[in-house]
Design a protein around this ligand. Structure first.
Ligand SMILES: Cc1cc2nc3c(=O)[nH]c(=O)nc-3n(C[C@H](O)[C@H](O)[C@H](O)COP(=O)(O)O)c2cc1C
Length: 417
């Protein structure tokens, strides 16, 4: 044993070590200060949100393999830093679809957002305005196009289109978005029919949520969510007030499964600004839409909520970016849980990324303040990862910065980078 010289403790030396912080009085802020990762926000969200709403957000289709694999692909990244670069300042901005963004990520379109937290899309749009990132409003959004514009009046708003069987109604929304100055239309193409979201079926999910004995018991520790639901404007979007089944069942009654490439060309003719196709999963389809003259594509499997065991978008990225990156802007989503994931995607050729659940976990954890916390976490991870890699701008990132451990092998997959 090492002999240590001991002495009587001196209070004078202890004093500078005692740094009691002034307690944060706001309970939401206090809660959010304990979150350092998106996974931390997810844990808080789960405690505060009724099971049916949390599972609708957190869940994916069938066995949820598409989502699990997409997240795993990001975890399996190996970064290759360069050293001895001056990284005192770092610039995370770039031009995306003709305009500047402050970060290489933006908010993905999500339906029924007020089901997760009563502040819904407006919280997302307001945070996007402050952060200088785009906000995307879904056809199934629970805030109007005009209210989103009012919440993000000078920033970038994108509208996501689902083609309904009643095409006039879909195109009326597109016209409203153009009139409100939305600069980009995201046409989602991976929902010919809804994926099987089994958690929703098992939870007996309905819109708005119904009070059964089970939901009442579930509500007891989550009284705040129910109070918010009942004390604010009823949950509704466009024409739907009440639907007794799951969201997937609703989608199947409303959506047009006959949409083809010709329809995409038809939509493009009616949209005056940038058009991006969301839900591309093969090089051939990417080529076909680029030939139609679209401004960008989103490699996405809809956060694993549609086809299960779909390609991992991050695996598709290097090849498609190499083949088509000069002709179109390649965007990516699905599975992003950290700013490091965003940086890896940028290194492999993604011009931009979208985050769905990462933002929604923040929303459920604390409304607008929770979304702000999510964006703050992602932004600080982006700039820290860039500095640790030895780069000061996104354009300096390249495939040499990232390789991937080959947990999954696909017949036609190529090594990343
Ligand atoms: C709760 C929820 C609702 C969604 N609703 C829509 C939607 O209405 N339209 C759409 O194009 N994509 C929708 N998506 C997919 C997202 O736009 C995005 O592709 C996906 O969330 C990305 O994966 P991530 O959640 O892992 O970030 C939804 C995703 C979630 C989680």
């Amino acid at each position: 044993m090492v002999a240590v010289n001991r002495r009587v403790p001196r209070p004078r030396e202890l004093a500078p070590l005692l740094q009691f912080r002034r307690p944060t009085l706001n309970r939401t802020e206090r809660r959010l200060q304990t979150a350092f990762t998106i996974e931390d926000l997810r844990r808080i969200a789960k405690r505060r949100t009724p099971k049916a709403a949390f599972d609708y957000t957190d869940g994916a289709a069938e066995d949820e393999l598409s989502l699990a694999r997409a997240r795993q692909a990001f975890r399996d990244i190996e970064f290759h830093p360069t050293i001895l670069r001056n990284v005192a300042t770092v610039d995370t901005s770039r031009t995306v679809l003709g305009d500047t963004v402050a970060q290489p990520f933006g908010i993905a379109p999500t339906g029924f957002t007020r089901l997760m937290h009563t502040e819904g899309e407006i919280a997302g749009a307001r945070v996007a305005a402050r952060a200088g990132i785009p906000f995307s409003l879904s056809t199934l959004g629970t805030a109007s196009i005009e209210d989103v514009k009012a919440a993000n009046p000078h920033g970038r708003n994108w509208f996501q289109l689902y083609m309904w069987k009643d095409r006039d109604r879909s195109m009326a929304l597109v016209k409203r978005a153009a009139a409100a100055g939305f600069d980009t239309l995201l046409v989602t193409v991976d929902v010919p029919v809804a994926g099987a979201r089994l958690r929703d079926s098992r939870n007996g999910m309905s819109i708005p949520p119904t009070l059964t004995l089970r939901t009442v018991l579930d509500a007891l520790p989550r009284a705040r969510w129910w109070f918010d639901l009942l004390s604010t404007e009823p949950l509704a979007f466009a024409s739907l007030d009440r639907w007794p089944g799951t969201v997937a069942e609703y989608l199947d009654t409303m959506f047009d499964p006959t949409v083809t490439f010709e329809d995409l060309a038809w939509i493009k003719k009616q949209w005056p600004n940038r058009l991006v196709v969301k839900g591309i999963q093969t090089l051939e389809d990417a080529r076909a839409v680029v030939e139609l003259g679209v401004d960008g594509i989103v490699l996405s499997n809809h956060g694993g909520r549609q086809l299960d065991r779909a390609p991992v978008p991050f695996h598709l990225l290097p090849h498609i970016a190499r083949e088509l990156g000069k002709d179109t802007e390649v965007l990516l989503d699905t599975g992003i849980m950290s700013g490091a994931d965003v940086v890896a995607a940028a290194a492999l050729g993604a011009r931009f990324t979208l985050v769905g659940r990462a933002y929604l976990y923040g929303l459920m954890a604390g409304g607008e303040a929770g979304v702000a916390r999510a964006v703050e976490i992602l932004s600080s991870q982006v700039s820290r990862t860039m500095r640790l890699l030895g780069v000061t701008s996104l354009d300096e990132l390249g495939p040499h910065h990232v390789t991937q451990l080959h947990r999954f092998t696909r017949g036609d997959s190529r090594p990343v980078g």
